[in-house]
Design a binder for this molecule. Structure first.
Ligand SMILES: [Zn+2]
Length: 282
């Protein structure tokens, strides 16, 4: 039997409770009829036109994204800008859109657990626990775990580049290449608000969108090494995990669903050049 949009949302809620979302966030159904039937779900990081095009051509009736489409007040969805056009394309294509954002970040397992597992971490704990949730639930922001085999920062950076989806952004390293890495902090998406919490609790912190001053201050204070990855790449692995959960959980209720992960790379950076002067000096 096919599931409805509402039943897919209920399955998503079971694993990523809305109560875990940050108070500034906006998660759940963005567009679509809860009673509509869903045969195929497409999971993606970003609600953008290329993903909607992929959903239309692949005959998907629902898209679940990690990022919300709207985070500020909206007074109209006329097809006069990208977001308005997206809403029209979704309704025209009979496609529902829902988001699981900070609720998926904070859930256990959540976005950072999947990232940490991919990088080989064990014994993961939240960098910051969820407020109002018992510590034992393991919910919260970011994760710190242990590598089964210690390595160097140089080797670890190369491993991150190998394991994450390919992007032109690539992987940037801050710290001495010979630093020994045993414990690793990870945060899928923008994690610079966690720099103070991480401090020296791990040997390296893997996250995205690290800024010059925050990174410089962290290092000057003796903080751990940094690995800066593409925001999209750090969150994409969670899609595979969430897709599998949906298929398995709905099957237990007698519902058959196909859940695929978007193959459209929505990282905004399309090229990356290293100065020839630097390259020749290596
Ligand atoms: Zn994100």
């Amino acid at each position: 039997m096919l599931a409805t949009v509402a039943q897919v949302l209920a399955a998503l809620e079971q694993r990523n409770p809305v109560r875990l979302a940050a108070d500034w966030d906006s998660v759940g159904l963005i567009c679509g009829d809860p009673d509509a039937l869903v045969e195929r779900v497409l999971l993606a990081v970003d609600p953008v036109q290329s993903v909607v095009d992929e959903a239309i051509s692949g005959k998907y009736s629902m898209i679940i994204t990690h990022h919300p489409l709207f985070l500020r007040g909206v007074h109209g969805v006329g097809a006069v800008n990208a977001k308005g056009r997206l809403i029209h394309a979704l309704i025209g294509g009979g496609i529902a859109l829902a988001a699981a954002h900070t609720n998926a970040d904070h859930a256990n397992p959540g976005v950072s657990d999947v990232l940490g597992t991919l990088l080989g971490l064990t014994q993961m704990e939240p960098i910051e626990g969820s407020q109002d949730e018992p510590l034992a639930t393991g919910t919260g922001t970011g994760r710190i775990g242990i590598l089964t085999q210690p390595t160097t920062l140089a080797e670890f950076g190369a491993l991150v580049a190998e394991l994450l989806p390919a992007t032109e952004h690539g992987v940037r390293i801050a710290g001495s290449p010979q630093t020994v890495i045993r414990s690793v902090a990870v945060c899928g998406g923008a994690g610079d608000s966690l720099l103070d919490s991480v401090g020296t609790r791990a040997d390296v912190f893997v996250t995205a969108d690290l800024r010059h001053h925050r990174a410089q201050d962290h290092l000057a204070d003796g903080g751990c090494a940094l690995v800066d990855v593409a925001h999209w790449a750090s969150e994409w692995p969670w899609l595979q995990h969430a897709a599998q959960q949906l298929v398995t959980d709905l099957a237990k209720e007698g519902k058959t669903i196909i859940a695929d992960c978007s193959t459209t790379a929505t990282d905004p950076w399309t090229a990356h050049h290293v100065s020839p002067a630097l390259r020749s000096g290596r």
